[in-house]
Design a protein around this ligand. Structure first.
Ligand code: HOZ
Length: 426
């Protein structure tokens, strides 16, 4: 019998390209059809067929408190009663801006936007406007939203410029983007040696979360910092995913590296469409209306989104929040990898704060090329088997996973038992 999920997907494909409003939702890489969700509460989601799942996607990162946290819901309800948007400043925007600046010492000024893509694109424009240079460096496997200049894959050699990774992006648009391997220090040195003073910015996920989870190798972030300082280039940390996810001080606090600009999203919106970019005052002051770099948005700093974000930030500032979140995430990956290895399945994992990665390969990967060596078929089999058991991981071998403060000991144990059952019959 066709499930309601299948029916809705078939219908959706008629009016929505691919049936989804963002490609990662389509289950293309794992096969099958996407699940249509109806409801979420705490660590769980329910689909339109009434099946429940322990959710380790958390809307791709924002839901660090789980679904429908009462304080976040209340803040949103209280705010909507006073109007949804004004297109004019509000006091709550000031409150969240002050809080972001207080939590992240590298951010002296911040501007709110509506999505991570917007934050990344604006930060690049700002860095170019500030430096008067055009070239930027990004790393293979890092994703900074779908801005044209950043939809680039590596060219044929480390010192070549990238190729568009999407149709519709003219080669000239990415003609100023150099793509390097993540954690490739010699490559970085070589590029700075060749182009040094022409580089406007280096943009990096300080912990990569869009090619599964890849941690920075010893010295990678500090070398980036030194090279950017030496050559007057702007160092941009894309903390859309890691921001308030790996720790209260974000990845920059964890690794003790101060970027010049930071992009934020996901957690700071508490589940609503909000993102931000901010950093050094002298750079931020180049933005319109005081500077000549134009950037704008009708719904930027939307009061409802800000309310959800503020309510979320207030919760994560509680004593011990990240210790508990990190311990729980570690417990999850330890349990699942132990279950796999016990039954002879080659599975490795790592976690940083509340984010984690599972890899069907020997050893944790340190680059995009190594991530690509993971056994994708094994992941797809694991993904679907876990789904049947009521556990929802991201529908791709190349995405990080997320644990929230709402996940209980019982959720973790149930997940580990499900994995054990699957691996015992592998
Ligand atoms: N960073 C997420 C995917 N890697 C965003 C989710 C989306 O693109 O819809």
């Amino acid at each position: 019998m066709t499930s309601r999920n299948q029916q809705l997907f078939e219908q959706s494909q008629k009016v929505i390209p691919g049936g989804v409003n963002s490609p990662v939702r389509a289950f293309k890489s794992v096969g099958g059809h996407p699940i249509f969700f109806q409801r979420g509460q705490g660590s769980h989601v329910w689909d339109v067929d009434g099946k429940s799942y322990i959710d380790y996607v958390g809307s791709w990162g924002p839901l660090i408190l789980g679904h429908a946290h009462p304080e976040v819901v209340k803040a949103v309800q209280d705010t909507v009663q006073n109007g949804l948007t004004f297109g004019a400043p509000t006091e709550s925007e000031l409150e969240i801006a002050e809080l972001i600046c207080k939590l992240l010492p590298s951010i002296e000024q911040v501007r709110l936007v509506s999505s991570g893509t917007e934050a990344g694109m604006s930060a690049i424009r700002l860095a170019r406007g500030y430096t008067g240079r055009s070239k930027i460096i990004k790393f293979e496997g890092c994703y900074h939203g779908h801005d044209d200049a950043l939809l680039v894959k590596a060219g044929s050699g480390a010192l070549t410029f990238g190729n568009p990774s999407s149709a519709g992006v003219p080669a000239e648009t990415v003609g100023h983007t150099i793509v390097l391997d993540y954690n490739d220090l010699p490559g970085l040195d070589a590029v700075f040696k060749q182009f040094g003073d022409e580089i406007a910015a280096v943009i990096v996920e300080p912990v990569a979360g869009n090619m599964n989870l890849v941690a920075p190798s010893e010295g990678f972030l500090s070398s980036l910092r030194n090279l950017c300082t030496q050559h007057g280039s702007v160092l941009i940390f894309d903390e859309v995913m890691t921001g308030f996810r790996v720790g209260l001080g974000c990845a920059q606090g964890l690794y003790q590296i101060q970027p010049d600009l930071t992009t934020l999203g996901k957690v700071i919106g508490g589940g609503m469409p909000m993102a931000a970019f901010g950093g050094r005052r002298d750079i931020m002051q180049c933005l319109a209306p005081i500077g000549s770099v134009y950037q704008a948005g009708t719904l930027s700093g939307n009061p409802v989104a800000v309310a959800a974000g503020l309510a979320t930030l207030k919760q994560i500032m509680a004593e011990g929040f990240y210790e508990q979140l990190g311990a729980k995430t570690q417990q999850l990956i330890d349990g699942v990898t132990t279950a796999a290895n016990k039954h002879g399945v080659e599975l490795t994992a790592q976690s940083i704060g509340g984010m984690f990665g599972f890899y069907f390969r020997k050893g944790v990967p340190t680059s995009f090329a190594e991530v690509m060596e993971c056994d994708k078929d094994a992941f797809n089999r694991f993904f679907h088997a876990m789904l049947d058991e009521g556990v929802y991981f991201a529908p791709s071998a190349f995405e990080a996973g997320f644990v929230s403060s709402a996940h209980s000991e019982q959720d973790i144990n149930q997940t580990v038992s499900a994995a054990d059952k699957i691996f015992s019959a592998w």
